[in-house]
Design a protein around this ligand. Structure first.
Ligand code: SF4
Length: 315
């Protein structure tokens, strides 16, 4: 007698695991609705910010998120990190500390928090992140005028206050801090910009410094990537902890056993992706991916655009 096909779990708050440049295979947790953020970065790959805010609240239910994580972990798929990321700034969620603690109780898989760092000057946020395994905050500048130009933040935020928050967090946090420097062509890519940040970075004392540039289609067309040579020059200025984060390409194995079309759409909904990204995530062939993408484009669900020398697909 034929066995009924196993229903794929439908997750409201999780996506992936997706290949991540820094975190291997990362199970993403999306705890803030699209797109609530304290910033509206010119380089944001999620488009412009719908709700610019520093208001912390329980945007999504802690219990529901933890139940989904429990189910995903029980599936025994490979997960290198459980990562707070997604459609907005995760530290806006007032329950992030409880979620991190809940994950710690259920699994030994490390947790990572991708944050813009804008709320780290608040002690409640620092306390909430204290049990994370890795925190990855961003730093683009220490100049207030440039801070506003790049991040277009809510008015009350001050970059030096934020930086003091990073330093305070470093003093109390026993986990890893991987500081991301986002470099934008013609904006913060000159040697004097890096020199200006260097003493602050020394005080923050991150375990790693990740150099990044505008790799995916940005919110504003004028936010352009710098070349590999520029990143190499900056890396030389920042010492041995600094690395250029290159596109991650895991071994060619498929991940997950759900409906590939659904997993394709769930990834595209979160960020612009290339065909190569989708091959890694779904385990499908190039031809199969293209067939599904063409169908989604015909339905008007997905659009494509060129950025650099790559074609990206997004909803
Ligand atoms: S890049 Fe991050 S911090 Fe900046 S607007 Fe987008 S989600 Fe917010």
């Amino acid at each position: 007698m034929p066995q009924p096909k196993k229903e794929k779990e439908k997750f409201l708050y999780l996506y992936g695991p997706v290949p991540s440049r820094r975190l291997g295979l990362s199970l993403g947790i999306d705890i803030v609705p699209h797109k609530n953020c304290s910033y509206d970065c010119i380089y944001c790959q999620l488009g412009t910010t719908d709700y610019k805010t520093t208001s912390r609240k329980e945007y999504t239910p802690v219990r529901g998120i933890l139940e989904e994580i429990k189910t995903a972990v029980a599936n025994k798929q490979r997960i290198d990190y459980i990562t707070f990321s997604g459609s907005g700034e995760p530290t806006l969620h007032s329950g992030i500390g409880r979620i991190i603690d809940g994950v710690k109780k259920m699994t030994s898989i490390p947790t990572a928090v991708l944050t813009n760092g804008s709320l780290l000057h608040q002690s409640d946020v620092r306390n909430d992140l204290i049990h994370a395994s890795v925190v990855l905050p961003t730093l683009c500048t220490v100049n207030q005028e440039m801070f506003i130009k790049i991040h277009r933040s809510v008015p009350q935020l001050d970059i030096m206050e934020i930086v003091r928050g990073y330093i305070d967090f470093r003093r109390m946090f026993k986990g890893l801090i991987w500081l991301e420097l986002m470099i934008i062509k013609g904006i913060n890519d000159k040697p004097e910009h890096i020199t200006g940040m260097r003493s602050v970075i020394e005080e923050i004392a991150p375990d790693r410094i990740h150099l990044n540039t505008v790799a995916r289609p940005p919110s504003e067309d004028y936010a352009e990537p710098v070349t590999a040579e520029v990143l190499e020059r900056i890396k030389a200025m920042l010492g041995s902890k600094c690395e250029i984060i290159a596109e991650f390409r895991p071994p060619g194995e498929g991940h997950g056993d759900g409906d590939p079309s659904e997993s394709i759409l769930s990834i595209i909904q979160r960020r612009p992706v290339t065909i190569e990204d989708l091959i890694e995530v779904s385990g499908l062939t190039r031809g199969e991916i293209i067939e599904r993408i063409e169908q989604l484009m015909k339905e008007g669900t997905v659009i494509s655009s060129i950025h650099g020398d790559r074609r990206y697909y997004r909803t």
